[in-house]
Design a protein around this ligand. Structure first.
Ligand code: EPZ
Length: 421
């Protein structure tokens, strides 16, 4: 297992440039299946989940070329409607492909998606949505076979503003016969990014970012070039790491309205924030006071994907905090590792209670998921002494060269790939 070795106690100072958003590039790669054309997707983050999604596109018959952040997908030829178990179970976003494969092939065969172990993460809303658009779904030995004689527009009322189900519906409806309205749609910035990508490819979608999205199905789509938005969760993660180490950082390419609630949480404990255009400054985290209160909610609420990192920041700063996780039923797994460092966090149902006056001491820590891993790095940077964070492969699913970016900010962090004697 790859491991980070971190010596805590160094404050992070300097400038950060964010990579493209993981939770944009994955649905946009999935959506490239539905276009039947050439897409040039730029500012792609170099993360393992994006590599795996490209492998799935190749397995379906797409041509996927390009280097680094600049990727070309040609989906004019789809020769396969099945995603194998290994790739399907490697991440959650494999389920986003169902709508696109169904549109192109009239049949799609998928297994249970994978993804971070932060809850049951069923796909019932995805399935009901695709059925509403004209798919028949059969379950056979843990696999799902979806068939259609042609998807048709419909009104889709989501029981919960599921990000993935909203994206699956947008992709499937983009070439369905007639009009679709998605009510109670997720409003995350990545939903707007997906709408903008599909519209550049010739789709007719409007309303992304609101709770109601209207889609007029089109017959043909066209080649397009599209730039992925910066990763708001990476931005929030760096802000929490800098605050936890009492540092001062400047993020050059943030979109402030994407991280509003994160900035508010930092200001609520006395950090100074300044924004100008795409620049975000975090300063003066020395005179911290009070209790940090966070409740996770669908956008525009506080993002669940920042819950572990801000909890670790609060513990690392030695202040009090109450964190309520309302999206996933099991997203406090990382807390036991923080408590090995002396965090003294109590879990009561959906709440994590952090008492004032902690001071963390380095320890051997084990990451079990992406954002939990980022939380352990945050705590190790703030702790006294040395820590090891095992399970870096989870962190690499969503962060591009995190150790390099942290070293540039003054952190003492090295990766040990386990090869050295
Ligand atoms: C997306 O996951 C993100 N992943 C997650 O980011 C993020 O935490 C989540 O949205 C919420 O913002 C990607 O975009 C690749 P949901 P998704 O459907 O689509 C329940 C990260 O760390 N639900 O909005 O899976 C579900 O169990 C990852 O970057 C159903 O019950 O999230 C959860 O409790 C983690 N049935 C809630 O809804 C369904 O069919 C929210 O899930 C679908 C979801």
């Amino acid at each position: 297992m790859d491991t980070y070795h971190i010596r805590g106690g160094y404050s992070l100072n300097g400038e950060v440039v964010l990579s493209g958003a993981k939770n944009s590039v994955l649905p946009i790669f999935a959506a490239s299946v539905v276009t039947g054309s050439q897409s040039n997707i730029t500012n792609c983050p170099e993360i393992s989940d994006a590599e795996k999604m490209r492998d799935i596109l190749r397995m379906l018959g797409c041509s996927v070329t390009g280097e680094g952040n600049d990727i070309f997908v040609d989906s004019s030829q789809i020769s396969n409607h099945t995603i194998n178990e290994e790739l399907m179970s490697s991440m959650r976003s494999s389920v986003f492909l169902a709508g696109g494969i169904l549109t192109r092939c009239g049949i799609a065969e998928i297994g249970k998606p994978g993804g971070c172990k932060i809850g049951k993460r069923p796909i019932d809303i995805h399935i009901e949505t695709l059925k509403a658009l004209g798919a028949e779904v059969e379950e056979k030995e843990e696999r799902l076979i979806l068939k259609t004689r042609g998807l048709r527009g419909n009104t889709v009322n989501l029981p919960f503003p599921s990000v993935g189900a909203t994206e699956n519906a947008m992709i499937a409806a983009s070439r369905a016969e007639g009009e679709t309205v998605i009510n109670n749609a997720a409003r995350e910035p990545e939903i707007i990014d997906l709408q903008n990508f599909l519209n550049k490819c010739g789709a007719k979608i409007k309303g992304a970012g609101s709770s109601s999205i209207a889609i007029k199905g089109v017959k043909e789509m066209v080649p397009a070039k599209y730039e992925i938005i910066p990763d708001r969760i990476e931005g929030g993660t760096f802000l929490c790491m800098a605050a936890a180490t009492r540092g001062e950082i400047f993020i050059r390419n943030a979109i402030p309205e994407h991280i509003e609630t994160i900035l508010q949480a930092l200001e609520s404990i006395g950090c100074k924030i300044k924004t100008k255009g795409t620049g975000v400054w975090l300063k003066d985290c020395k005179n911290i006071r009070g209790t940090c209160k966070v409740i996770t909610s669908p956008f525009p609420g506080f993002p669940t994907d920042m819950q572990p990192q801000i909890t670790a920041m609060i513990a690392g700063m030695g202040i009090a905090g109450t964190i309520r996780e309302r999206i996933f039923e099991n997203r406090f797994g990382y807390v036991k590792e923080l408590n090995k460092m002396g965090a003294g966090i109590e879990i009561c149902g959906k709440n994590a209670i952090i008492s004032k006056g902690n001071s963390l001491v380095g320890n051997n820590l084990f990451a079990e998921d992406l954002r939990g891993g980022a939380a352990l790095v945050t705590a190790a940077l703030a702790a006294e002494g040395e820590s090891s964070v095992c399970g870096v492969q989870y962190i690499k699913r969503g962060y591009c060269r995190l150790d390099e970016k942290l070293r540039l900010l003054g952190a003492d962090i090295e990766e040990d790939d386990g090869e050295r004697a």
